[in-house]
Design a protein around this ligand. Structure first.
Ligand code: AGP
Length: 643
């Protein structure tokens, strides 16, 4: 969560930083800020979205700066808690969580530091400042010749005079107080601070003693550096690097670096100089669309193409000979993900077990990583993450690797952190997804799983999958027919919007679709909703059913269709309204059905690709009807980079 960006160049930094923050807004959007440095550091920050800074860009004139868009972890999304945070000669932006911030803050307060925000970031900054002062004192005590440095220890100002700048501790470094390269001293201070911190973080920091560079450091959070012709950019994600760089330099965990316009000086945990690794990047900047249209509806519209392209590109860039050889030996698959990615895993369990007779276990990444899972060498471990940056999923993957498992990832972000860890990387061909609610990426994940299920059926059971493959070529056209006729779903969204609670029920793969349909509704409409296995309702949850409830039954799996219909009778008997979504026309006449939507028919392997589309569209139109921002729902961020 949170996006950070920094720019050094010949042009006004604030404009580039603003563009970078706009691209990173998917990582959090509750407050925003920019610091630039010329003779002094100037900071502007606001609660609210990135565009609240637009009117101030002209007055931030420096050529070097840092910026931040926030998803609050410590402290409310207020202006004071917004980044950058300033202290002494520093200004910092941070993505991550400092887990021992409370203890460190306590110690710093005892040493004379005062804090103005509730953030862990301000604690981190004071710790760096504290270390910097100590290092400078040690250094000046050991040397009699001082270099002349332009230091103005009051050199912070907020141009809008709406932000109180952080108090400085009692010990304040004075002009000319040290003799070593000041940039090295700052790096050393950061390095020492890192040794005292636990948690995950990526930081960018400005220092008034070093007006030609941006300092960076990271641990278990992404940070990329791009060197262009006459600029350098640091950012949480490739999409904020700008078009000028073809390669990104990757900072390793616990390294610290000083980024200049034309070079990067980097040191490892022992302060030994290190070379950065470089990777080529694909620029995938999102086209800004006509703001009459939301990204979410545009991205639902791209589901058919995502299905088609992902199926066609299955295994591209993967050593499929080696992958297939390994798959022949497996007797178990372990799937992990979070949120929508987890729901695609739940769907995959049903698909793979039915098609390939391989036992599949599914877990939520944040549970898997703390439950001491049992690992067998004949297991294929698969982590699923649209962004490739979800902290829990990355840690679960690392745990599986450490346990000796062969690992595969399914992601929509070819240059994300997760791709650097796994043995096999399968990319969903969806293009960048901007709306916080995952839509086309869910279809892409299902498309990979369907292709995998077919592959496993062939190599483990010698199944002739030809006719299914032919069928798969038709699915995207069926998906398109749903998108093209969405008016019917828009009308149904009024029924959903008028309900007090919405229950999505189904069995088998329809249960997985129920989970995902419910998540879509709650995350963008803030309505109470639950996704439930149809057979499980009467073990407790049916107590919630009343005449203010709507129950959406999803019925696409033949052998359990009657059973879900029975559950619909049971809720109807308790006053609920029933909306049936099915590919079996015969159920539409059932007396319990108040409203219905008929899906195109396809073999059940492909039905999850179709049955999710009406649910995504209904959720979207409910949000629109309530005048909510479907692209940026409250309290959420697209990429959850903290646990
Ligand atoms: C989906 O609509 C959500 N925004 C969320 O559940 C998301 O799927 C989850 O945070 C996982 O993200 P990832 O796929 O990028 O790992």
């Amino acid at each position: 969560m949170c996006g950070i960006v920094g720019y050094i160049g010949k042009e006004r930094a604030s404009t580039h930083i603003y563009d970078g923050l706009s691209a990173l807004e998917y990582r959090g959007y509750d407050s925003v800020g920019i610091s630039v440095i010329d003779e002094r550091i100037h900071t502007i920050k606001r609660s609210g979205r990135v565009n609240t800074l637009k009117e101030y860009l002209n007055i931030l004139e420096g050529r070097i700066g840092i910026g931040h868009t926030r998803w609050a972890t410590h402290g409310k999304p207020t202006q004071i808690n917004a980044h950058p945070h300033n202290c002494g000669v520093f200004s910092i932006v941070h993505n991550g969580i400092i887990e021992n911030a409370t203890q460190i803050k306590h110690n710093l307060i005892n040493n004379g530091h005062t804090f103005i925000s509730q953030t862990d970031t301000e604690v981190m900054l004071h710790l760096i400042w504290d270390n910097y002062n100590s290092i400078c004192s040690e250094n000046s005590a050991n040397n009699s010749t001082f270099i002349d440095m332009t230091v103005d220890s009051s050199a912070h100002c907020d141009i809008t005079e709406q932000v109180t700048i952080g108090q400085q501790p009692n010990t304040v470094m004075q002009e000319g107080d040290c003799c070593m390269d000041p940039a090295y001293l700052v790096l050393l201070a950061i390095n020492r601070a890192l040794a005292q911190l636990s948690g995950s973080f990526a930081i960018a920091l400005l220092c008034e003693h070093c007006k030609d560079c941006i300092f960076v450091a990271k641990r278990s959070a992404p940070l990329l550096i791009g060197l262009g012709q006459d600029n350098a950019v640091v950012a949480s994600d490739v999409c904020a690097l700008g078009g000028g760089c073809d390669n990104a330099l990757v900072l390793a965990d616990d390294c610290v670096g000083a980024v200049y316009i034309d070079k990067v000086c980097c040191y490892d945990i022992n302060m030994d100089a290190v070379q950065l690794t470089s990777m080529s990047i694909e620029h995938n900047r999102v086209q800004h669309i006509d703001k009459q249209q939301d990204y979410m509806i545009m991205e639902i519209g791209q589901c058919p193409l995502s299905i088609q392209d992902t199926m066609a590109g299955f295994g591209q860039g993967v050593d499929m000979v080696s992958f297939s050889r390994f798959c022949r030996t497996i007797d178990r698959i372990m799937l992990v993900g979070c949120g929508t990615a987890y729901h695609s895993c739940v769907t995959a369990k049903y698909l793979i077990e039915a098609m390939a007779n391989v036992s599949v276990e599914v877990d939520i990444a944040s549970e898997y990583r703390y439950r001491n899972p049992i690992m067998h060498s004949k297991t294929l471990f698969i982590a699923v993450s649209q962004s490739g940056e979800t902290a829990d999923t990355i840690f679960a993957l690392k745990l599986a690797k450490k346990g000796g498992l062969t690992t595969m990832v399914i992601t929509n972000a070819p240059t994300s952190t997760i791709t650097t860890i796994a043995d096999y990387v399968f990319i969903t061909k969806c293009g960048q997804e901007v709306g916080v609610a995952a839509t086309k990426s869910y279809c892409g994940q299902l498309a990979v799983f369907i292709s995998l299920a077919l592959l496993l059926a062939r190599i483990k059971l010698n199944t002739d999958t030809t006719s299914l493959e032919q069928q798969s070529a038709l699915v995207h056209a069926q998906a398109k027919s749903i998108i093209d006729n969405q008016q019917e779903l828009k009308a149904l969204s009024n029924i959903v919007a008028d309900s007090q609670s919405v229950f999505y029920i189904g069995r088998n793969i329809d249960y997985a679709t129920a989970l995902e349909g419910s998540l879509k509704l709650k995350e963008i409409t803030y309505m109470h909703s639950e996704g439930y296995p149809a057979g499980e309702l009467k073990h407790g949850t049916i107590a919630l059913i009343s005449d203010k409830s709507l129950v959406i039954g999803i019925v696409t799996v033949k052998h359990v269709a009657d059973k879900t219909m029975t559950a619909l009778h049971e809720v109807k008997a308790r006053g609920a309204k029933v909306l049936l979504i099915t590919c079996f026309a015969q159920y539409l006449q059932d007396e319990v059905v108040d409203y219905h939507y008929l899906l195109p028919y396809s073999p059940s392997l492909f039905m999850p690709l179709l049955s999710i589309l009406p649910l995504q569209l209904i959720a979207y139109y409910v949000a629109k009807g309530k005048n909510y921002d479907a692209d940026k729902p409250r309290n959420l961020a697209k990429s959850v980079t903290v646990e």
